[in-house]
Design a protein around this ligand. Structure first.
Ligand SMILES: Cc1cc2nc3c(=O)[nH]c(=O)nc-3n(C[C@H](O)[C@H](O)[C@H](O)COP(=O)(O)OP(=O)(O)OC[C@H]3O[C@@H](n4cnc5c(N)ncnc54)[C@H](O)[C@@H]3O)c2cc1C
Length: 562
């Protein structure tokens, strides 16, 4: 192995930010860490942590120097050097995922070693040091992402949907990667030839320089990167949360912080629909808004900090509900046993069948019409798509502030789908025009939506309109297929809970207990539903988070047999 290149890959500014990324613990702080672990000595050149290993220990440097390098083929690149008072680790300390770098003694050194479990309990008992460590771990991961220091190279093209999917998957999982754009980098052909990759195999994922996946599924990428390998799927959990959107992550944070053994199952990546929102402006405590990605990323770390485990790219396929503990079968075949379940699988908004729709979601395409959106399009022309009550309410609401509302429906009218009072309000409102037999056929814009084309089916006329705001109110489908009759649902497939469940529904479901279902409890004892998947939920981040956290208090009661 050659000497590592001496120019560190992470070049940091001096000052406060550097101090936060690589803080130096005082002697007193080191003394607080010491009783939680044990002292070890490493000779110069000895490796403390090998790249690619999971559930790694945590080291505080008591004497000497530890260098962190990124292996790259037969050479190494220096990432950073920790001195006395410094410490190793970044966010994979919390998740238990594989480390991206190698740590080695640059000279004879002495360290305080804590196992991952010791570290997790320490950060909860020492809030001051917990904050210093957590902040450093998060900032280090941000620097790794910004510097593209990871174990993955993604070769793709902007014209390939698979490339977009995997980029989004890696980003939403906070995994650093290097992206090579086939359309811009001609030299990459040589690399593709080396791995005998044809253009039909794009995107290509290369891990640690040797494992190659061609147009992989998200699950294959998760398996390759070992996202779930430290998670035991066999022991009976106190609580399994299905879905890691805002509702599921809230349940995980509250459950784990209150001592429950919590496993979260997520079919894609943490964040759910909220992760797709460019800015959430109505969530309490963020007056200037927060991106859904950032909110989800923080919640994900918070859940892990308290010890919740999160399985990524694992879909719940089936619930065995005729005996306890319940079992949730995953798409890989494993069946997870659990004493309580919180269903937080959300709903999928029906989207317009247009290739570039996702480019404008949150930037001109909206699935809800609240005061925030109404302000965004005040004085402008807007489109509302849909003929149901939610579309009617949105049109009437928006007409109060917008210059004009175009209401587009594919059918010949609203009579069969909307309440009579709403139809009258729409007809009586000069700021609303109803366009029947009409659908959107094109969206255009540079970053934000700028133009909308719609076609009137009977004449075939296409009109091109300078409109920047479209409200898609064509309904949502709850993600409940996997429950297959285990819990009572309403007419639209959303899960019924607590007082919403009638006596007859409970009798049909053979509710076995003397007590009535708790708030948010389904017709199956110990199984709760929260967030968008629940009938009557108001489909907002705040309500999803609220319900996720409230459900945990009832899980405690169920586990205690109350
Ligand atoms: C573009 C957009 C912008 C929005 N903006 C705002 C806003 O500004 N403010 C606001 O308050 N609300 C906003 N919303 C609504 C808000 O995002 C949702 O109300 C909220 O995300 C619901 O949270 P949830 O956890 O119930 O469900 P979701 O966020 O839908 O999360 C459900 C999760 O469950 C997973 N899942 C589904 N099925 C399974 C399965 N079988 N096994 C395992 N996992 C599964 C999904 O992959 C997903 O990650 C927006 C929605 C969208 C689409």
């Amino acid at each position: 192995m050659s000497e590592p290149e001496r120019e560190p890959l992470i070049s940091l500014p001096s000052g406060a930010r550097r101090e936060h990324i690589f803080p130096t613990l005082t002697a007193e702080q080191m003394a607080r860490v010491a009783p939680h672990g044990h002292v070890r000595r490493f000779a110069k050149g000895e490796v403390l942590i090998e790249a690619g290993t999971s559930a790694i220990p945590f080291f505080v440097i008591a004497a000497g120097r530890i260098e962190v390098v990124r292996p790259s083929g037969s050479s190494e690149q220096l990432v950073t050097v920790h001195q006395r008072g410094g410490f190793t680790g970044e966010v994979n300390m919390l998740s238990g995922r594989r480390t991206l770098v190698r740590s080695r003694a640059a000279e004879d050194s002495e360290v305080i070693e804590l196992s991952r479990d010791q570290l997790l309990s320490f950060v909860q008992t020492d809030p001051q040091l917990g904050e210093i460590l957590m902040r450093a771990f998060i900032l280090r991961r941000i620097e790794l992402i910004a510097s593209g220091i990871g174990d993955v190279v993604l070769i793709g093209s902007v014209h390939s949907a698979g490339t977009l999917r995997i980029r989004e998957f890696l980003t939403r999982n906070g995994h650093p990667y290097t992206y090579i754009d086939l359309d811009r980098d001609s030299a990459v052909q040589e690399m593709l030839d080396r791995f005998q990759v044809t253009v039909h195999d794009v995107p290509v994922v290369i891990c640690r320089g040797d494992v190659v996946l061609r147009n992989p599924t998200n699950q294959q990428v998760a398996d390759l990167l070992g996202f779930n390998e430290t998670i035991d799927a066999t022991h009976v959990r106190d609580l399994v949360v299905v879905g890691a959107g805002p509702a599921g992550l809230a349940a995980a944070v509250y459950g784990a912080s209150e001592g429950l053994d919590v496993l979260v199952l997520e079919s894609n990546a943490p964040g759910g629909q909220a992760g797709a929102s460019s800015k959430i402006e109505n969530y309490l405590g963020f007056p200037t808004g927060i991106s859904g990605q950032e909110l989800a990323g923080r919640a994900y770390l918070q859940a892990q900090k308290f010890g919740a485990q999160v399985m990524i790219a694992k879909e719940a396929m089936e619930l065995t509900c005729d005996r306890q503990p319940y079992r949730i079968r995953l798409d890989g075949g494993a069946a997870i046993p659990t004493r309580a379940i919180i269903i937080a699988t959300g709903a999928e908004y029906r989207r317009l069948p247009l290739d570039n729709i996702s480019a404008f979601e949150g930037n001109g395409i909206y699935y809800g019409a609240t005061f925030v959106e109404a302000q965004l399009c005040a004085g402008e022309e807007v489109v509302v798509v849909g003929g149901g009550n939610s579309a009617g309410q949105a049109a009437v609401f928006l007409a109060a502030t917008a210059r004009h509302v175009h209401m587009l429906v594919r059918s010949g009218g609203l009579a069969g789908t909307m309440s009579r009072y709403l139809i009258r309000r729409i007809e009586d409102n000069p700021a609303i025009s109803l366009r029947t037999h009409t659908e959107i056929v094109g969206l255009e814009g540079d970053g934000h939506l700028e133009r909308v084309r719609w076609r009137e089916a009977q004449t075939g006329t296409i009109s091109d309109n300078r409109i920047s705001h479209v409200f898609v109110m064509t309904g949502a489908t709850p993600n409940t297929r996997w429950l297959d009759g285990c819990v009572a649902i309403d007419g639209k497939g959303f899960i019924k809970t607590g007082p919403e469940l009638s006596r007859d529904e409970l009798a049909t479901a053979r509710w076995p207990l003397a007590r009535a279902p708790h708030l948010l409890e389904t017709s199956l004892p110990g199984v709760f539903a929260v967030g968008d998947v629940r009938g009557g939920n108001v489909k907002r981040v705040a309500s999803a988070v609220g319900e996720g956290s409230i459900a945990v208090s009832f899980v405690h009661r169920v586990l205690a047999g109350v």
